[in-house]
Design a protein. Structure first.
Length: 395
């Protein structure tokens, strides 16, 4: 970093780290109270963190924005989905997957015939679907964020153009705070109207039970993700005026907990109209709660801060590998309880005893720690190779 470059905002990296850790805790079948609490906001937090960095310069440079989204989301999705597709039947051969044990509702997965493999490949490339649900259960997020971010750009441009035509805003009122040194710039009413439009669309969709047939799972996650993406962008405009207080953090936590116990909702693609109505408030307050906590952590130098920043910068590896890493803990749980060895095929973790034991803690540690350890080792070897290559004498 050069002396004149702005200081990196590590608070958002810590927010992303907390979000990914909470995701792994949720997938590890944590206690019901904790599970319901974190599902109120942990996935919206990812979309808000992405929206925080949205820049209005892309309104006139759509190609660059779309290329970045495709490179950062579509290409990793396709690469890892195809790799796991190739490994799918082999996972049955070595016993990682089987046709006896599956998810909590009793569903199981099966080896693919050639025709099924072909169809999965087509779905992966053309619709960002077709991924291995039992090994890549979190992969919907890649599609969700890709669609949400591009949709936000499209709707923003449309609303901004309409407001200009109706003379509601002037050209100079739309200033991009991401490219300005002044923290007091304004983007006008456009982002607020965009979020309102998205909420109306989600209300219409859930009330009438509509589906966007061109999107796997119907599009609810993409629309709500777009709303939270917009919330992140709006927060960026007000961040300089936002004050982190311990009592607001506690208040946010209490409100989120109340919703989780009485009006529970999350970004489930099957969400009803009532669940949609229950989601935005606790989700936004939960994001602010995590931001407050992340701000405090960021102020204290130490191993916790360094770990969370590294974790937040490497969420991709956790997304991709945490379910596979769970299998190691499942082996230990099978030995501990004397269970049928085929229960290693349970998705995402072994369900037996999951509500009364503490194996979810070990699942979380391994699901987060092993992917990060792999990335650290890979980066260390890569850097050592680079230094060795640069130090070698040239002919």
């Amino acid at each position: 970093m050069s002396p004149t470059s702005p200081k990196r905002n590590t608070v958002i990296s810590i927010c992303k780290a907390i979000a990914i850790i909470l995701m792994v805790i949720g997938h590890a079948e944590s206690p019901d109270v904790l599970h319901r609490f974190l599902y109120e906001f942990h996935m919206p937090l990812f979309f808000a963190a992405a929206g925080y960095f949205f820049s209005l310069r892309y309104l006139n440079d759509e190609t660059t924005f779309i290329k970045k989204r495709l490179k950062g989301l579509y290409l990793p999705f396709v690469k890892w989905s195809i790799i796991f597709l190739i490994l799918h039947n082999w996972m049955f051969d070595i016993g990682i997957l089987n046709e006896v044990y599956g998810n909590e509702s009793g569903g199981v997965t099966h080896p693919y015939a050639w025709r099924q493999t072909e169809q999965c490949l087509w779905n992966i490339v053309t619709a960002m679907g077709g991924y291995d649900q039992f090994l890549n259960g979190a992969f919907w997020f890649f599609r969700g964020l890709l669609v949400a971010s591009i949709l936000y750009l499209i709707i923003y441009k449309g609303v901004d153009w309409l407001l200009r035509k109706l003379k509601f805003i002037k050209s100079k009122s739309t200033i991009d705070p991401m490219s300005s040194s002044s923290p007091t710039t304004s983007v006008g009413p456009t982002p607020y109207i965009v979020c309102a439009v998205l909420l109306l669309l989600c209300a219409w969709k859930t009330y009438e039970g509509l589906k966007i047939i061109t999107l796997i799972q119907g599009g609810y996650r993409e629309l709500m993700g777009c709303f939270f993406f917009g919330c992140g962008f709006i927060f960026r405009q007000w961040e300089h005026k936002y004050r982190v207080k311990w009592w607001t953090t506690l208040l946010f936590a209490i409100i989120v907990w109340w919703f989780s116990q009485h009006l529970w909702a999350n970004m489930n693609w099957r969400s009803t109209f009532e669940q949609f109505l229950s989601l935005p408030l606790p989700a936004v307050l939960g994001c602010l709660m995590v931001y407050n906590i992340s701000t405090w952590i960021d102020k204290k130098e130490g191993i916790v801060k360094r770990f969370l920043i590294y974790c937040g910068d490497h969420t991709l590896s956790i997304f991709v590998f945490h379910i596979l890493c769970f299998k190691l803990v499942s082996l230990l749980k099978i030995w501990y309880y004397g269970l049928d060895p085929r229960q290693i095929g349970c998705h995402m973790v072994i369900h037996e005893h999951s509500r009364e034991d503490w194996f979810w803690v070990l699942y979380t540690i391994v699901g987060v720690g092993l992917p990060l350890l792999w990335m650290w080792g890979y980066e260390w070897l890569k850097e050592r190779w680079r230094r060795t290559s640069s130090a070698s004498p040239r002919c």
